[in-house]
Design a protein around this ligand. Sequence first.
Ligand code: ADP
Ligand code: MG
Length: 337
Amino acid sequence: MPQIHELSSTLVDQIAAGEVIERPASVVKELVENAIDAGSHEIDIIVEEAGLKRIQVIDDGSGIANDEVTLAFKRHATSKITDRKDLFRVHSLGFRGEALPSIASVADVVMVTSTGGEGTEIHISGGQTKTQKPAEARRGTDITVTDLFFNVPARLKYLKSLNTELAKIVDIVNRLAFGHPDISFSLANNGREMMRTAGRGDLLQVIGNVYGLNKANKMLAIKGKDADFKVSGYVSLPELTRANRAYMSVLLNGRYIKNYALTKAIIAGYGSKLMVGRYPLAVVNIEMDPLLVDVNVHPTKQEVRISKEPQLSEVISEAIRRQLANQNLIPDALSNL
Ligand code: ADP
Ligand code: MG
């Protein structure tokens, strides 16, 4: 048996990257979540070849202080939580301090960041810092990732077609936009605009930007709450359905989550109004005390554990049930949209 030894930090980062950075869309998700956490108003995402050639995310958020830039790329270094008690009250999308070191360990990264005034430009490739120098920049962060998975050939091979990878990027940006109607997002691939939201705080407008105006015009506003949960959003009229569940988004305190029970609760709200095998379009935002949800279940943070999940399901179903019943009473309520 060889001797036991500690792995190098670069190798540890690469192992972590295996969990967090599965494909180009994972890089986009992590970078955009960082931009959201930084309090940005405008986030521009530019990709080439579905992110395989280049992923760039430009934000107008807080930026990173010059003397913290090196730390931002260290594993388990974060500005978002400090102690155990924070872990149960996570208000930000990030908190694990894993994304930047993971991405930098499997790609080439150039980041220009400034808190206002002179900022920093750092270039890291395969986990090794190449250069770090002062840079003129406006407040915010501009990060460019190229050569993704250059040192992880197996991961590269496993990727699907460019179209599939691009669809996954569009999907994640759409859902992040649903959770943040007050932020203006734009996404372009190979110079072609894929989506853009106005950032005026109007969720129905974001739904229109993403799914088209004619679909937004067939959505009903829902609202519901109880002692623990506040639910709001839009669901489609029973006449507007899809053959799969991909058009239902559940966001918990601004975080897009994958949760089968809550998706079922949306469908249950329609009762017998949906045809078998048809699913509605829906964007459901849930506000709740972070204490009631454990986001530290999976590295990508898309799976979470919610206490009182059956109770939350009922709030969602009931909000939809009530709105659809109202709709039947006032058939031309749509004309007000
Ligand atoms: P996490 O988001 O879990 O804290 P990351 O590795 O994604 O970990 O980022 C590390 C730290 O770098 C963050 O905690 C934050 O302080 C800083 N950071 C990363 N991206 C940005 C950004 N776009 N704007 C401002 N700060 C950022
Ligand atoms: Mg992060």
